[in-house]
Design a protein around this ligand. Sequence first.
Ligand SMILES: *Cc1c(COP(=O)(O)O)cnc(C)c1O
Length: 391
Amino acid sequence: MPNPLPAKRIFLSPPHMSGRELKYIQDAFDTNWIAPLGPNVDAFERELAAEVGTRGAAAVSSGTAAIHLALRLLDAGPGDRVFCSSFTFIASANPIRYEGAEPVFIDSEPDTWNMSPAALSRALEEADRIGRLPKAVIVVNLYGQSAKMEELTALCDRYGVPIIEDAAESLGSSYNGRASGTFGKFGIYSFNGNKIITTSGGGMLVSDDTGALEKARFLATQARDPAPHYQHSELGYNYRMSNVLAGIGRAQLEVLEERVRARRLIFAAYESELGDLPGISFMPEPAGSRSNRWLSVMTVNPKESGVAVPALLQAFAESNIEARPVWKPLHLQPLFDGTAYYAHAPGESFCEKLFAEGICLPSGSSLTEEEQARVISCVREEWKQGIAVSA
Ligand SMILES: *Cc1c(COP(=O)(O)O)cnc(C)c1O
């Protein structure tokens, strides 16, 4: 019989309000700017662009919408291919299908767990040979860690293929001193409830191409032509962010660096308290990059530890602790059955290994030391039993 659940549930990555959100929401109410658009939206766009160092930003209803708009702006459609990281959340690739284009998935590599330059290189070479270069490459920065953007950008530049950087999880991170999300033609961020900062739901498209961002705003408001009546010549969407939610975003952006520091401390504590256990490895952070450590992720080698990920997940569940497997690679998803996939080395898929051994630990910036101690002792307890079983 499992013990009764401890009273308070520990969540994976709950929203963490700063307290100043209500001031901006109050402003929106006082001026009756409740509809989409308004002064908070304009200010949030300006403030976010200044924070990451792009020439502009367009606030939208979700990170998924931002990816969709980027693909529309790059004219991806039926008959086109779009390359995308395989090791990611489904939202990175769904917009490829919205546009009727065909995804091709690219494996991860061990240093960053993100897109493998070796796999991308082979994929681009082959595509070039058959005259089917992709309309874009969607590079994802998972769990806050930047991909090897220098190598990936050099490869894409060689073939003239634009990059869309999915930085939904890496706002506040950097690579070679530059903000994650600003290396591609377009970058996208998400403010979903579980992300490092949140507007309850929302996203941002960033770019140095302010003309393209203007077009994105046009498409995101039903593509309404300039005319006194309602006139439309292009297919548009209802994708803009509301002025109330942008107010939440402004207050959240003020504490972004605090949130990054808190999550990095949580990661460091896990690493120092659990790193000595046999079979545990933590997600790397190569020199030159700084991860926001959105989620603390570790891998568990079942042979070295005597512990399997499903058993550890079960132990967390019994202790009322929310932990999750890592993202299931998209080339393994039934939705994308039959899709082309390029492994890191031919016949050697790295992200499949991560999927088998990876686990995400509670990582919210509001996690207390006491809660973190509960997580740590739950893991250490499993190891005691695991070693006993395998001994
Ligand atoms: C959260 C997330 C998205 C989607 O963002 P939404 O705002 O939820 O639409 C896209 N890509 C990745 C990697 C994500 O984690």
